[in-house]
Every structure is written in C-alpha cells, then in structure tokens.
Design a protein around this ligand. Structure first.
Ligand SMILES: [Zn+2]
Ligand SMILES: [Zn+2]
Length: 537
C-alpha cells in the first residue's frame, strides 16, 4: 500500500496528488454544504445545555461560498415565480418575528453598545460601523423591513423647483390593487399578461467588446456617478410607473453588470402597460443629486484638512473651519445646480410575458443569471478589460459615495458625521471596491407586495416540505426555547473547520440516503427539488 507520505514515491507523482483538505472542500460543495459555516453558541432552555451550532454563511456570491450562493439563487427564483402572475391580492400582515430575527436584533444591540463605548472613549469606530452596516443588511435579509433605528433623520425639505416628478407623463386614476388587468381568450380562458423590462444607462463613449474604443474620451466620471446613484433612478422609475399605470405596480428586479461595467436592470413587472408607455416613462425619468460640488479639488497631496477636537476639520494653512455637511447643503441656494443628473439610456427593452409559459421561465432564469457573480466579476478578462476596470476604479476613488464619505474633505466639505482619521481616497464604502464598481445597492429589488411571502418564509416553505417528505412534523418551535450567542474567535470548543465540514457532509449523506429511500416508495412526488434544500433541520 502506498501513501502520499511515502518518500519512495517520485516527487512528481506526490505533487500530482490532490490535497485531501481540498478534496474535502470539493465534496462539501458537491453536497451543498456551506464551506464557511459560522459557529454560534446555542442554549437550549428546555435542557439547559449549550451547543455549538453551525449556521450557513448565507453568501450570495459564488466567490464566497458556492453552495450558499446557489441556494440563495434558487430561493430568489422561487420568490420571483411566486409573485409575477398573482391572481389574488397578497395579504400583507407582518408576521411575528422568529428566533433568528430576534437574535439578529439582539446581536445588533450588542454591537451598538460596543460602538457607543468606542466612540465615547474616542476610539476609531470604522470597524464597528462596518459590522453594524453588515448586520443591518443581515436584518433585512432575514426578512425584516426597514432599519432598527427607524427613519433616523428627518428629510430635508427642498424647494418646489427641485421636485423631481416628470409632469409630461400621462396619469391614471389610482386604484387600490396590485394586480394587473386580465384578458379573456376565445375559450373563456383567462390570460394574465405581465412585463419583462430591461433598462440601461446612457453611452459614455463608443464601446467595442465591452471596452471603450477611445479610453481618453470615454466619460468615466459620468459612468462612475451614474453607477453610484443608479438605485435612486430605479426608485424614480417605479414612482413614475405607478402613477402612469394607476395601480400599485409590483416588481421583482435584478441589477446586473453589462460588459462595459455599467449596471443595468432587469425587471419583472406584474400586470401590463403599452410598450410605448414604458418607453415614455423611462425617457422621462431622471434623478438629481443635490449634493455639494465635487468637481473642484480644494485639498490634495500634502495640503489636507486637519482634525481638531471640538471643532472638526479645518484648513491648516488658514485655520478656517470647513463647512459641515448640513452647512454645505444649506448653502445650495436657488441658483445651485445639482451635482449630478442621472437618466436611463435609449435602450429600453419591453417584453410581454404570459404566466406559466416557457417565456416566463426564461425571463426568471435571466433575472437570476448573474446573481451569484459580483458586479466586478465582469472584469475578469483580457488586458483591455482590466485596464477599463482600473480606469473606472480610478474615477470612483475620489467620488463621494455618500454624505459620510471621507472624499468630501477633498472638495472642502466635512463629511456628515465627521470624525478624526478620515482620508480622501481611502473610503471603505463598498461602492469604491472592485467587486462593486460604484453600485453598492442591493442586487435584487423586490417590491413589498410582490408575493405573500418574505424570503425567510420561502426558506421555511422548503424546510417544511422536506420535513414532511421525511415524515416528520415541522412543529412550531417555542420561540423562546433557544438563546443564541456569538462564539469568540479562537474558542476552544469549536472544532476545526475541516472536522465540522466532515460532519456536515456525513449528515447530508445520511439525509440524502433517507430521501432516496422515500423516493423509491413515493408515488410520483417530485423529490428532486430537495437537491437545493439547505440544512433541513
Ligand atoms: Zn456558506
Ligand atoms: Zn466613499
């Protein structure tokens, strides 16, 4: 018998052998087991026992954890399918929070306390702020709406001149429904037409194979600002769409990168409007960014504002204190121009889709096609592509991504919530990162009354279904049964990752075998759907 350790084996043969640890990861992926599970401590209040439980990482990107990304994609597809052609109004009553949701909010409270303590002690809170931002996203991903802090800032009032409606659009009387019109066919069959719309951004210069023909004249600044504010434009489009349609239009949309690295939008819309009207709405929709100017560089190189406790940032040469964010906004008077105006490009694609047709299925596949890729994944390619991406990142480096972006210092304004240590060009905001290329918003946008279910409920559906298939009742768990706590890094009670992966693979195999047994006895029930199922119990 030979072993990989066998020194007698020629070096080349030994090196050609796969590493067992890598194979384990491959096997885990094949079994749909999360490869980056998060260990949590769970107290079972019924038994008084603490246990370490692995929770799937829940990644949405292939590059982070392919099994979790795949599972998320399947859930999104199910969610998309569920709401597109609804024939009854969804019942929208908030559900009682589940244990995961409660735990997340408790966890969020712990971090808020840590953050507040750090701030009080004058420590850097950037790390904690980043965690809190991530947790807020988790809170939404777990099926909770809004922010734990509620609406934390009053909206600034703007003069009427700055209203952003599109007055030239037709307007129908609003009716209190989320369903579109139906049509009756010759044999009495009811048809429920819906729409699949694709919206793109304008041209920034001629492009061939996704790369600017003349990079020097390509408008990278405009491309960067459009990407940064894209989600606002989508919001405006939906507002206008609803006004024109005259009903509470519901949508399921995904934001994806085009080859040229600009974000674009695919949107499944429930109900239908004339194609020409959709084009008219897209053409009339715009968003103005009422931020201070960011074209004229005030501080650069060695000439940087300095922080003074109790005062804020000031110009070291003159001692003059920089305007705060609110002061800078107040200084935008009636004659001010918006920093940026964003519109869609001319390419608007509108397709009519009927429920339950192969067309509908294809659109759903299209909507989820890039979901497991980051926006920046589109840039893996030849040298020209890499250079294009690098130029885009350069343009994004000093663009302010939000009111709190340190880049405001470069343009002579104190960022909102200014604190010591802010450096222009070193913003940690997602928008500046290669994975995002300006677009830091959500990849999937689902309107509130799309379906009767939240993503968490879609997850619960699958769990219930599998447990039923296994002949176990999915009993409603006592919501107060478990107490969850984070596990400190390096906790000796957590087995090494490899050991946990081995256990998960084993569990999965046992569970699969059990399902197969049932399948053999089953009467034509489709069990293949369980292939994508997450941890069943
Ligand atoms: Zn995972
Ligand atoms: Zn930023």
């Amino acid at each position: 018998m030979t072993h990989a350790h066998d020194r007698a084996l020629p070096r080349a043969i030994r090196q050609a052998m796969p590493m067992a640890r890598d194979v384990l990861e491959e096997v885990a992926k094949l079994h749909g087991v999360c490869i980056r599970p998060v260990p949590l401590k769970r107290l079972d209040t019924h038994t008084g026992k603490w246990e370490i439980i692995d929770v799937p990482c829940g990644a949405t990107l292939d590059s982070k954890c392919p099994p979790c990304a795949k599972r998320n994609k399947q859930l999104r597809k199910a969610q998309c399918r569920e709401g597109w052609h609804l024939d009854a109004e969804p019942a929208i009553t908030p559900n009682e929070a589940n244990e995961e949701q409660r735990w997340l909010v408790e966890f969020r409270a712990d971090y808020q306390a840590q953050r507040d303590a750090a701030e009080k002690a004058g420590d850097d809170t950037a790390e904690l702020d980043a965690i809190i931002t991530g947790l807020d996203e988790e809170i939404n991903a777990a099926g909770m709406r809004g922010n734990v802090l509620g609406r934390n800032t009053a909206k600034r009032s703007r003069s009427t001149r700055r209203r952003q409606d599109a007055p030239d659009l037709p307007k129908r009387k609003m009716t209190n429904t989320t369903l579109g019109r139906t049509f009756q066919g010759a044999e009495g069959k009811i048809y429920r037409p819906s729409l699949f719309v694709t919206l793109t951004l304008p041209s920034y210069g001629k492009v061939r194979d996704g790369v600017p023909v003349d990079p020097d004249s390509y408008d990278y600044r405009r491309a960067a600002r459009d990407a940064l504010h894209f989600s606002k434009l989508v919001d405006r489009f939906v507002q206008n769409l609803r006004r024109v349609a005259g009903y509470d239009v519901q949508y399921f949309a995904s934001v994806e990168p085009q080859k040229r690295l600009a974000p674009h939008l695919h949107m499944a819309i429930r109900g239908t409007l004339p194609r020409a009207e959709i084009k008219q709405i897209a053409a009339a929709t715009y968003h103005q960014v009422w931020w201070p100017q960011a074209d004229e560089v005030v501080f650069d190189g060695d000439h940087m504002p300095v922080w003074q406790d109790g005062t804020g940032y000031l110009d070291p040469a003159t001692g003059e204190v920089l305007p705060t964010w609110d002061q800078a906004l107040d200084a935008l008077d009636e004659d001010a121009e918006p920093l940026h105006v964003i519109r869609f490009g001319d390419q608007v694609d509108v397709q009519g889709v009927l429920a339950g047709t192969p067309d509908a299925d294809q659109c759903i596949r299209y909507l989820s096609k890039y979901l497991t890729k980051s926006i920046g994944d589109a840039l893996s390619g030849g040298q020209a592509k890499q250079e294009h991406a690098a130029r885009m990142l350069d343009a994004l480096r000093y663009e302010p991504c939000s009111p709190t972006c340190p880049n405001w210092l470069r343009y002579g304004v104190q960022p909102k919530g200014a604190k010591p240590g802010m450096v222009p060009g070193r913003c940690r905001g997602k928008a500046h990162k290669p994975d995002h290329l300006g677009y830091a918003g959500r990849r999937i946008l689902v309107s509130r009354k799309w379906s009767n279910k939240t993503l968490a409920e879609h997850k619960q559906d699958r769990r219930t279904w599998v447990l039923e298939a296994l002949g176990q009742a999915d009993e409603p768990t006592d919501p107060h049964r478990y107490v969850w706590r984070p596990v400190p890094a390096g906790d000796a009670n957590v087995p090494p990752l490899a050991v946990r992966l081995l256990r998960s693979v084993h569990e999965r195999q046992r569970w699969r075998a059990h399902l197969r047994e049932l399948e053999a006895r089953a009467t034509g029930q489709d069990l293949s759907a369980t292939e994508d199922m997450g941890r069943a119990a």
